[in-house]
Design a protein around this ligand. Structure first.
Ligand SMILES: [Zn+2]
Length: 288
């Protein structure tokens, strides 16, 4: 396969209010010496991705501390109204007084596909009892959780395969997406898909060009799990050009079906199932 695919749904984008973006970019620089190359605020992010051929954008943001999720989510509701074909995983912090009441209101918005939990930044366990009400809610309302739960780029006590498996012991049908293919424990996270039918994984940050390390299991795992993998870019928080990861993926010479599925078909089907739209809903998502 050659050239950037014509149809792309990006399932892992970040949009934050300008002030928070500034703080995050500074934190990346301080903590990881990452120079974010596209320091664009939300409208420009959306416009740039559209120009690159990304038709549908699924973004998230997260509350790095208690007390800010409400305000972030009010911002999310406003941004979602501004654009078609834009969906969101909303912010949630279990330390907030009325966290679950807020979540109950948000799940009524069809463009909010669920919630993002960023365990590396938010510093709580995925099996924290304070999250059980949220898990019950997303299962009841046909929503999902997007987890940053891998040990990349660095770990802490809350991320990794082991704590995540404790959640699945209790909620085996939790509809969850594991960001970054579960990096760095690729095999363990990908194999969870065999036993948990609601799990998906996304590719964000896994196929960076050298000298960065990334996905290292070869084509077999990708082909085996191609029906459960979603393309994501992590835009705009990139340290290499947006095209580089896509080109690396294309260089692996996987099956045409693999590329069709991860760049578009899996995401389109998943969004249709979450929003209960018909084949040609308002979003213009087409099958095939
Ligand atoms: Zn991300």
């Amino acid at each position: 396969m050659s050239g950037i695919p014509e149809k792309i749904i990006d399932f892992h984008v970040h949009l934050f209010p300008d002030r928070l973006f500034d703080a995050i970019w500074e934190a990346f620089l301080k903590q990881y010496n990452w120079h974010i190359i596209h320091r664009c605020y939300y409208r420009e992010c959306i416009e740039r991705l559209r120009r690159k051929g990304v038709s549908v954008i699924v973004y998230s943001n997260y509350a790095h501390r208690a007390g800010i999720a409400e305000e972030l989510n009010r911002w999310n509701e406003k941004v979602l109204q501004e654009y078609e074909d834009l969906y969101c995983f909303a912010a949630y912090h279990p330390g907030d007084d009325h966290a679950l009441d807020m979540a109950r209101r948000l799940v009524e918005n069809p463009k909010i596909l669920g919630f993002k939990l960023q365990l590396l930044v938010q510093n709580f366990y995925p099996f924290d009892e304070r999250l059980f009400g949220l898990y019950d809610l997303v299962m009841k309302k046909n929503k999902r959780i997007l987890f940053h739960t891998g040990t990349g780029p660095v770990g802490n006590p809350y991320v990794g395969l082991e704590p995540f498996m404790k959640v699945l012991d209790r909620f085996p049908d939790l509809p969850a997406t594991i960001a970054h293919l579960g990096a760095h424990e690729y095999a363990g996270f990908m194999e969870l898909v065999d036993r948990h039918p609601q799990l998906y994984l996304d590719t964000a940050f896994c196929f960076l060009p050298a000298p960065y390390d990334g996905y290292n299991l070869g084509p077999g795992y990708l082909e085996k799990y191609k029906s459960r993998i979603l393309y994501g870019s992590d835009y705009p928080n990139l340290i290499t050009p947006w095209e580089a990861e896509i080109e690396n993926l294309l260089k692996m010479n996987l099956s045409p079906e693999f590329y069709d599925r991860i760049f578009y078909d899996n995401a389109a089907a998943l969004i249709r199932s979450l929003t209960a739209q018909g084949e040609t809903g308002e979003s213009g998502l087409t099958s095939g």
